[in-house]
Ligand binder design. Sequence first.
Ligand SMILES: [Fe+2]
Length: 327
Amino acid sequence: MSYHIVTTDDEAAIRKVLGIMLTRAGYEVSTCSQGAELLALLAQRPVDLILLDIKMPKINGLDLLVQIKREWPHIPVIMVTAFGDLETGIKAMRLGASDYLTKPVGQQLLLKTVDEVLHNTSGPQMHQTEQQLSEALSTLRDVRMGTLEAFSETLAQKDTYTKIHSLRVRDLAVAIGKAMKMSQDSLDTLAGGALLHDIGKIGIPEEILNKPTSLTAEEYEMVKTHPEIGVRIASHLSQLDPFLPIITSHHERLDGTGYPHGLSAAQIPMEVRIISLADAFEAMTAQRPYRDALPIEFALEELKANSGTQFDPRLVDLFIEEELFHL
Ligand SMILES: [Fe+2]
């Protein structure tokens, strides 16, 4: 199979030299003197590899690279730079270039790099694999989100407050996560964990969940089983595994007096600590069947009073200093 390579350089001499070296090696070569010409060619016929000069008139090579990666992400690009600086090469690689070469380009290195890039990516096949992988990931994400929503909706049928509460806890927890500059993965865990944290309440009788007066000791013991019920429900679906620590431990306390396991501070992950704070704050400031919503100032005083025993002090400080409660 003959690969079709396009070289793009505004200097005719360089285009000619690169063209000769590649043609001799058995490649089919097209040459372009500027970006617009390259884009027109890409729109017309299949290309297996692009050699792209960084410094070109009108559209510079890096901007062109971004455009190529957006419209033809499967075509590998090798940047050719006269600058010889590592920084430009790295920048190009970050933008999606497969490799970069420095002018003057030697024949041996050129052919070796071209061969490696062509065989590492193997053109259309790789494109297909990438596309399938990205479709599979997006389906998995949809399934996970659908599952979360289905669970959350099931619980809402029984207990409307819990659904609203879970949505508010999610917003507060994600705001804390963002203020802590957590990764997108952790933010997703916080968001999903917040929606599911009280899923075990499905197993608690409605008359207890919606009781307009205080709970008896016996009823309270029953409510305290909801984290374990939640884990039993969620552990049937492996895709919910990242949320299990939040479901099981959101009522644990740093001083070890929480439930269901009385974990110590070191055993409580950061995501769980965040949900625990957001959960408590939201519960205090929400209207409940047995009492009116407490004022924000009162809830913040409660967080401070329980900082270090129930809540992580760094989170309490951040929550108050950054005024994350204003959602
Ligand atoms: Fe809970």
